[in-house]
Design a protein around this ligand. Structure first.
Ligand code: MG
Ligand code: ZN
Length: 231
C-alpha cells in the first residue's frame, strides 16, 4: 500500500479566498458572455498544456475561417509575444494578455481585452489560454465553447490525470497524431479516456503539421458559430 495524503478543506488555507475568487470570476464571465451575445460574437477558448499546439491550431483555424468571418484573437502568454505575433501576421486583430506569473486567464482579463477591440467589427474570437492543464478549467471566460488541445507528446496518461480539464470542455483535439507511433502512444486509448470522462464530448484527431483533421475542426467551430445564429 502506498500511503496517500489528501488535503482536507480545512487544511487548504486559501480555500475561502478561492471560493470568493471563483464566484467573482464566474460573475465576470457571465458579463463577458452577455456582452458578446449582444454583439453576436462567438468566442471560443483553447486550453491545453505547454507545447500541445494551441497557437498552431488557432493559426490553422484562422487561415480557414478568416475569409468568412471577422476574427480576433486574444493570446494568453505569461511573458512573450511570439505566439500573438504569429497570428497577427495573418492579418487577424490580436490582443496580448500578459499574465506575468499567472498560470491561467480569467474573465477580468478577457473583459479588458474586449474593450481593446471594436466589437462591431468582429464575429468570432479565439482565446488562447495559458499552457496549463489544471486551473484554466476553473476559470470560465465567457466563451461559447471550450476546446482542449492535447498532443501525443504529452504521453499516454494526461487525460486521466486531468479530468477537470475535460469535464468542462466541448471539444477535445488530439494533436500531433503524426508522432503517435514514435511516441508509443495509442490515439484510440486517449480518445477512449476522454469519452470515459465525458461520453458526449467531441474528440477530433489532428496533425497541424500534415493538415490531417484540420478541416474537421474548422467545421466543428463553424457549427458552434452557426448554432448561435439559430439561438
Ligand atoms: Mg501558444
Ligand atoms: Zn492558474
Amino acid at each position: 500500500m502506498i500511503p496517500t495524503i489528501e488535503a482536507s478543506p480545512e487544511e487548504i488555507y486559501d480555500i475561502e479566498l478561492e471560493k470568493t475568487l471563483l464566484q467573482a470570476n464566474a460573475k465576470l464571465a457571465k458579463e463577458n458572455r452577455a456582452q458578446l451575445d449582444r454583439h453576436d460574437i462567438t468566442a471560443i477558448d483553447f486550453m491545453g498544456a505547454i507545447g500541445s499546439g494551441k497557437t498552431t491550431l488557432i493559426g490553422r483555424m484562422a487561415a480557414k475561417l478568416k475569409d468568412q468571418f471577422n476574427l480576433a484573437m486574444f493570446n494568453g502568454d505569461a511573458t512573450t509575444v511570439d505566439d500573438v505575433n504569429l497570428i497577427a501576421k495573418q492579418g487577424v486583430p490580436t490582443v496580448q494578455l500578459a499574465t506575468i506569473n499567472g498560470c491561467h486567464l480569467d474573465a477580468n482579463l478577457v473583459g479588458k481585452a474586449l474593450r481593446k477591440i471594436d466589437l462591431n467589427k468582429v464575429d468570432l474570437i479565439f482565446i488562447e489560454n495559458i499552457g496549463n492543464l489544471i486551473c484554466p478549467a476553473e476559470f470560465p471566460l465567457g466563451s461559447r465553447a471550450r476546446v482542449v488541445v492535447v498532443s501525443v507528446t504529452e504521453g499516454p496518461y494526461m487525460v486521466r490525470k486531468h479530468p477537470h480539464m475535460f469535464l468542462g470542455a466541448d471539444i477535445v483535439v488530439i494533436n500531433k497524431i503524426d508522432l503517435a507511433e514514435v511516441m508509443g502512444v495509442n490515439v484510440e486509448d486517449l480518445a477512449r479516456d476522454v469519452h470515459t470522462l465525458k461520453p458526449d464530448i467531441k474528440v477530433m484527431l489532428t496533425s497541424c503539421k500534415t493538415g490531417a483533421g484540420v478541416d474537421k475542426v474548422a467545421a466543428a467551430l463553424l457549427a458552434i458559430k452557426e448554432s448561435r445564429a439559430d439561438a
